[in-house]
Design a binder for this molecule. Structure first.
Ligand code: GLU
Length: 509
C-alpha cells in the first residue's frame, strides 16, 4: 500500500433510501479508514437531477448515524475538501472537461437525441442491436472531430446544445489492479465514448466522480461490483488528466437468500425481512420497512453486514465495531457474491440482545410501550425473559403474564395434561405456598421439593399445572423465579383464578 494517508469515501446518489448493500459499502470504507488511521468521508453524488429524490440525503445521513459509522467529513459535518454535495460543486467540473478538449482527449458532440435514435435504428436494421458512440462511429456523427472548426465555434457561440464526450483511444489495453479481484484488463475497443458533461450544464457521474476523488485526495475507491464496468473508463480519465490513480476494491454483490440473483429493494418485504436500515416511505406513501423499526440493534445489523462478503479467517462471529476495525482487511473480502441469510441475521440480533444489560433492555422496552412496573421489577422481567427473546419487544409478548394476569389460557395443553387429581394437588401446593414466610425463589423451590417428596409426586404432575394456572402458557422461565417475582399474594390469587379457568375449560370441552 502507498504511504499516502488513507482517505476513503462513501459516495451514494440520493436516488432513494440506502439499501443494506449500500450500508455494507459504507461500513467497509469506515472499517478500512479506521484500521489505517485514515479518514472516512461521505460525498453526495447528485449530478443526475432527474433521479433526485427529496429526503434521500437526510435518510442516508440518519441511517449511518444509527449504524454508528458516521464519516468525519461530509455535508453538515464539514471538512477542508468541501462542499461534499456535487451539485454544490457544479462550477468546478466544466474547466476539467475543457482541459481534456484542449488536449484532444475529449470533444464536443452536437448530435440530438433524434440523431442518436436514428443511428441506433439504422444499426439495428443492419443486425447490430448495440450501437455505441465510440472510436469508430464518432467519425460519422456531428461533433468537433468531424465538423469544421468554424462551425463548431459558431454552434458553441449560438448556444446550441452539446455534450462533451471522452475520446476513447483505439485498441489500447487498460490494465488495473483491483485489491479484491486482482488484475483486470479491458481493451478500449470495447468501451464507448462516454458523456462527461451534459447539456444541462452538469457533469456526468464519471467526470464528477474522478474530479472529486482526485481533488479530495481519495487513496482507495471501495465500492460495489456494479461499478467495475466503469472502472476502465475511470482509469482512462485519470490517465487523461495525468493524475495518479487511487487503488480500487470492488465489493461482491449481495445475493438473495436462495443465491438466485441480486438482493433488490423489493425482495425484503416480499420475502419477509427488511433490506433498509431504517423505515422509508416513498412519496406515494409506500412503506419499506427498516431494521431499526423491526427491533434490531445497530451492533447486530452491522456485525451481520460485516460478514456479507468478508470473514476474519477464525471461528469468531461476534465482533464489536472496534474488533471489526482491528480484524478487517480488504484482502479477506471475497470475489463471490454474498448470500444474505435472514436466519443468521436473527441469530446475530439474539446474541446482541442477550449481551445487553437488563437496564439497557428495559430502556428499549420503555421506548416501545408505557410500562407500569418499577425499574427494578422491569429489570427482573428482562433478566427472566432475555434468553427467550430475539427482539426486546418479544419480552412484552412472550412474557405478557409478567406484566398482567393472563387473559388467555392454553386450553389445548390444559386438556392434555390435567388429570382428575391435579386440581387437588394444586390446592395443597397453594396452602404450602401460603404458609411460607419468605417468598424467595430458593425457599419456594425448597418447599416444592419437600412437597413432592411428602406426597410421592413426580415433578411433572405439579410443575406444569402450576405454570399453566400462573401464566396461562406451557413454557417460560423458571417457575420459582416467576413466583418470587409475582409475590405471594399475586401467586395465591392467580392459582385461585387459574383453577377456576381450568375447570371452565374442562367443562366446556
Ligand atoms: N454514486 C455512485 C453510487 O451511487 C458511487 C459509485 C462510486 O463509489 O464510485 O453508488
Amino acid at each position: 500500500m502507498s504511504s499516502a494517508p488513507v482517505r476513503v469515501r462513501f459516495a451514494p446518489s440520493p436516488t432513494g433510501p440506502l439499501h443494506m448493500g449500500g450500508v455494507r459499502t459504507a461500513l467497509y470504507n469506515y472499517l478500512f479508514a479506521k484500521k489505517h488511521k485514515g479518514t472516512f468521508l461521505i460525498r453526495i453524488e447528485d449530478t443526475d437531477q432527474t433521479r433526485f429524490v427529496p429526503g434521500a440525503q437526510q435518510y442516508i445521513m440518519d441511517a449511518l448515524q444509527w449504524c454508528g459509522i458516521m464519516p468525519t467529513e461530509g455535508p453538515g459535518i464539514g471538512g477542508e475538501f468541501g462542499p461534499y454535495v456535487q451539485s454544490e460543486r457544479k462550477e468546478m467540473y466544466k474547466p476539467f472537461a475543457e482541459l481534456l478538449i484542449n488536449e484532444d482527449k475529449a470533444y464536443y458532440a452536437f448530435d440530438t437525441a433524434k440523431d442518436l435514435d436514428r443511428m441506433r435504428e439504422q444499426a439495428k436494421t443492419m443486425g447490430m442491436p448495440n450501437w455505441q458512440y465510440n472510436s469508430v462511429t464518432r467519425n460519422s456523427m456531428r461533433n468537433s472531430l468531424t465538423l469544421p472548426q468554424s462551425e463548431v465555434s459558431q454552434l458553441l457561440q449560438s448556444g446550441a446544445p452539446y455534450v462533451i464526450r471522452m475520446k476513447m483511444p483505439r485498441n489500447h489495453d487498460v490494465r488495473f489492479h483491483d485489491i479484491i479481484r486482482g488484475w483486470v484488463v479491458v481493451n478500449t475497443n470495447n468501451l464507448d465514448d462516454k458523456v462527461l458533461f451534459k447539456s444541462d450544464g452538469m457533469p456526468t457521474y464519471h467526470l464528477a466522480n474522478i474530479v472529486d476523488d482526485h481533488t479530495m485526495q481519495i487513496s482507495h475507491v471501495i465500492r460495489g461490483e456494479e461499478w467495475l464496468p466503469s472502472a476502465p473508463l475511470h482509469i482512462m480519465l485519470y490517465e487523461a488528466f495525468g493524475w495518479p490513480c487511487p487503488e480500487f476494491a470492488h465489493l461482491p454483490l449481495l445475493l438473495r437468500p436462495d443465491g438466485n440473483g441480486k438482493l433488490s429493494k423489493r425482495d425484503g418485504d416480499r420475502l419477509g425481512f427488511p433490506v433498509f436500515p431504517t423505515n422509508w416511505t416513498t412519496a406515494e406513501g409506500e412503506l419499506y420497512s427498516g431494521y431499526r423499526e423491526n427491533g434490531y440493534l445497530p451492533g447486530a445489523f452491522i456485525n451481520m453486514l460485516a460478514f456479507l462478503g468478508w470473514n476474519p479467517g477464525t471461528e469468531q462471529e461476534i465482533f464489536s465495531i472496534e474488533e471489526l476495525v482491528e480484524a478487517f482487511s480488504l484482502e479477506r473480502v471475497s470475489k463471490a457474491g454474498a448470500k444474505f441469510d435472514p436466519n443468521k441475521t436473527k441469530w446475530f440480533q439474539q446474541s446482541y440482545l442477550r449481551a445487553q444489560s437488563n437496564k439497557e433492555i428495559a430502556n428499549q422496552l420503555r421506548q416501545i410501550e408505557n410500562i407500569a412496573l418499577s425499574d427494578q421489577e422491569l429489570h427482573t422481567v428482562c433478566n427472566l425473559m432475555k434468553e427467550r427473546a430475539t427482539f426486546a419487544k418479544d419480552i412484552l409478548v412472550e412474557g405478557a403474564y409478567l406484566f398482567d394476569r393472563p387473559s388467555m389460557y392454553d386450553s389445548e395443553t390444559i386438556l392434555k395434561k390435567w388429570k382428575t387429581e391435579t386440581s387437588s394437588h394444586m390446592m395443597e401446593w397453594k396452602s404450602v405456598l401460603d404458609s411460607l414466610s419468605d417468598f424467595s425463589a430458593q425457599t419456594i423451590e425448597h418447599a416444592f421439593k419437600s412437597f413432592l417428596e411428602s406426597k410421592g409426586l413426580a415433578i411433572g404432575a405439579v410443575l406444569l399445572p402450576y405454570r399453566l394456572v400462573l401464566t396461562g402458557v406451557g413454557a417460560g422461565p423458571g417457575m420459582f423465579d416467576i413466583s418470587a417475582f409475582l409475590g405471594k399474594q399475586e401467586v395465591l390469587e392467580r392459582i385461585e383464578a387459574g383453577l377456576k379457568k381450568v375447570e371452565q375449560i374442562i367443562n366446556e370441552a
